[in-house]
Design a protein around this ligand. Structure first.
Ligand SMILES: NC(=O)c1ccc[n+]([C@@H]2O[C@H](COP(=O)([O-])OP(=O)(O)OC[C@H]3O[C@@H](n4cnc5c(N)ncnc54)[C@H](O)[C@@H]3O)[C@@H](O)[C@H]2O)c1
Ligand SMILES: N[C@@H](CCO)C(=O)O
Ligand code: NA
Length: 435
C-alpha cells in the first residue's frame, strides 16, 4: 500500500501529541486508513523532548513543509491567525490537503480558506478545533445529517471548565488554577482567549455553521467570559439548586439564530452541570433523534491528537476521491449555505439570576418587586441573606421567569438608579436544558 505522506507543522502540545499517537498506534491507524500514515517532514522552531525525531526529516522553516513535493497532507498545529493562515493558504495553493486544530483560524477565516481549498480541489479538516478529542464535528456533519438541529449547548473550553470546577470543589483561587491549566498545556497561547470566552466563541461559531448550514460569522457571537464570576454567586446558585457553567449556546427559531457564549446557571441534576475539570460536553437537540450528548477531554496533547489523527485517517481514505465526492468542509456545499438573521441579544429570552446588594431596611424588596413587575418580569424565587459582618448592604438573590434581555437590562438600570441599591447588580442567565 502506498503510504500517505504527512507534513507536520508545529511540535508543541498538540503537534508533539500527534507525532507520538501516529507512531504509537501506527498499526491500527494504517489498517483503518487503508494505507500507512508516514510523517514525511516536521516543521518546528525547536525539537520537542517528548518526540524521538532521530529518523524524521525536520526543517526550521514551516513553509518548506507547505511546498514539499513529497507531502500529501499538511497538518497545521502552530496556532494564531497570521502565519498559520499564510501557511495553510500556501499549502492549499501547492495542492496539499489540510488538517488543523486551529479554531481561531477556521472561525475567523474559514469561509475564505474553504473557498480556496475548493478552487484547488483539496480538503480541509478541523475535528480537533472544537471540543478537543470529542468527535463532535463528525457527529454534526455526518452522524446527525438526517436531523434539523434545533439547538445545541456545550461546555467547550476545557481551561474555563477546569477553573470553575477547581474553584467550586476546592475553593482554589482563579489565577492559581489558570496557571496550572497553562502548565498542563490546556490554555491558549493568550489565555485571555480562554477566560474571556473568545476561544468558546470561535468553537461555537463552527458548531453553529455545521448545525444550521450558515456561513461562519465569528463577529456575530455574543461573548462573555468567566472573569466576573464570584465565589458568592457560585454558592448562591448551588443553594437554589443550580451550578454555574460557561456555555456556548446556538439556537434556531423563526426569529433567526441565537449565537451566545456566557456563564449560565444549569439545574444541578442535568448531565452538563456535572461535567468537570478539563472535560467538555456538547448537548445537541435534533428533530428526529431528540437530545444527544457528546462528552470527553476538551484539551490536552493526546486527546487533541486523537482528533487530528481521525481527520488524517478520513483524508487518507478520501484522498483519491474527486472533490465533489468528499464530505464538504461545512457539511453542505457553498451554494446551499443559508443566510439566516442573528437574533439580537436584547430579544433573547431566558430566566435570570440577579444578585442585588441592597440596604438592610424596610421597603427595598418591594421596590425591587415593583420594578420587575412593571416590566412584566415574574419572580420565581427570592432569597435575602443575612448581611456579612460589618456590611451595610445585604445580598438579595432573585430568580426570574423567562424574560427578554432588553427588559432585564431596563430593570437592572432602574434598580441601580436607586440609592438603596448598589450600582453593580450581578446577573447570570439560566438554561434549563430540558432536551
Ligand atoms: N493545547 C490544546 O489542548 C489544544 C486543543 C485543541 C486545539 N488546540 C489548538 O492547537 C494549536 C496548537 O496549540 P498547542 O497547544 O499545541 O500550542 P503550543 O504553543 O504548545 O505549540 C505550538 C508550536 O508551534 C510552534 N510555532 C509557532 N509558530 C511557528 C513558526 N512560525 N514556525 C515554526 N514553529 C512555530 C511553537 O514553537 C510551538 O512549539 C492551536 O491552534 C490551539 O488553539 C490546542
Ligand atoms: N484552550 C482550549 C484548548 C482546546 O481547544 C481549551 O482550554 O479548551
Ligand atoms: Na473534536
Amino acid at each position: 500500500m502506498k503510504p500517505v505522506k504527512i507534513g507536520l507543522c508545529g511540535l508543541g502540545t498538540v503537534g508533539g501529541g500527534t507525532f507520538n499517537v501516529l507512531r504509537e498506534n501506527a498499526v491500527e491507524i494504517a489498517a483503518r486508513a487503508q494505507a500507512p500514515l508516514e510523517i514525511s517532514l516536521v516543521g518546528a522552531r525547536r525539537d520537542n523532548p517528548l518526540c524521538d525525531l532521530s529518523t524524521t526529516r525536520v526543517t526550521r522553516d514551516i513553509f518548506d513543509v507547505a511546498r514539499d513535493e513529497d507531502v500529501d497532507i499538511v497538518v497545521e498545529l502552530i496556532g494564531g491567525t497570521t502565519v498559520a493562515r499564510e501557511l495553510v493558504e500556501t499549502a492549499i495553493r501547492n495542492g496539499k490537503h489540510i488538517v488543523t486544530a486551529n479554531k481561531a483560524l477556521i472561525a475567523e477565516h474559514g469561509n475564505e480558506i474553504f473557498a480556496l481549498a475548493a478552487e484547488h480541489g483539496v480538503a480541509v479538516r478541523y475535528e480537533a478545533a472544537v471540543a478537543g478529542g470529542i468527535p463532535i464535528i463528525k457527529a454534526l456533519r455526518e452522524g446527525l445529517a438526517g436531523n434539523r438541529i434545533e439547538w445545541l449547548a456545550g461546555i467547550i473550553n476545557g481551561t474555563g471548565n477546569f477553573i470553575l470546577s477547581e474553584m467550586r470543589e476546592h475553593g482554589r483561587e482563579f489565577s492559581d488554577v489558570l496557571a496550572e491549566a497553562q502548565a498542563l498545556g490546556y490554555a491558549e497561547a493568550d489565555p485571555t482567549f480562554d477566560v474571556e470566552g473568545i476561544d468558546a466563541a470561535h468553537k461555537l461559531v463552527i458548531l453553529a455553521s455545521l448545525a444550521f448550514g450558515i456561513p461562519l460569522q465569528f463577529e456575530s457571537v455574543y461573548t462573555e467570559g468567566i472573569t466576573r464570576l464570584t465565589p458568592q454567586d457560585m454558592d448562591y446558585a448551588e443553594e437554589l439548586g443550580y451550578r454555574v457553567k460557561h456555555l456556548g449556546v446556538a439556537k434556531q427559531s423563526d426569529a433567526g439564530v441565537e449565537l451566545r457564549v456566557h456563564p449560565t446557571l444549569i439545574p444541578k441534576e442535568r448531565l452538563l452541570a456535572n461535567v468537570n475539570g478539563v472535560k467538555n460536553a456538547v448537548l445537541v437537540e435534533g428533530s428526529a433523534v431528540g437530545p444527544t450528548l457528546y462528552y470527553g477531554a476538551g484539551a490536552g496533547a493526546a486527546p487533541t491528537a486523537s482528533a487530528v489523527v481521525a481527520d488524517l485517517v478520513d483524508l487518507a481514505r478520501d484522498i483519491s476521491a474527486e472533490q465533489e465526492n468528499r464530505v464538504p468542509s461545512l457539511s453542505v456545499t457553498d451554494d446551499a449555505l443559508r443566510d439566516l438573521p442573528i437574533v439580537p441579544m436584547a430579544d433573547v429570552v431566558t430566566p435570570w439570576y440577579l444578585r442585588i446588594e441592597a440596604e438592610d431596611k424596610p421597603g427595598v424588596l418591594s421596590k425591587v418587586a415593583t420594578i420587575l413587575s412593571d416590566l412584566g418580569i415574574s419572580i420565581e424565587a427570592i432569597i435575602q441573606k443575612a448581611p456579612p459582618p460589618g456590611a451595610t448592604r445585604v445580598p438579595v438573590i432573585v430568580l426570574t421567569s423567562h424574560a427578554a434581555q432588553g427588559k432585564v437590562d431596563e430593570a437592572v438600570a432602574r434598580m441601580e438608579a436607586l440609592d438603596s441599591i448598589s450600582s453593580s447588580i450581578s446577573r447570570i442567565r439560566v438554561e434549563e436544558l430540558d432536551g
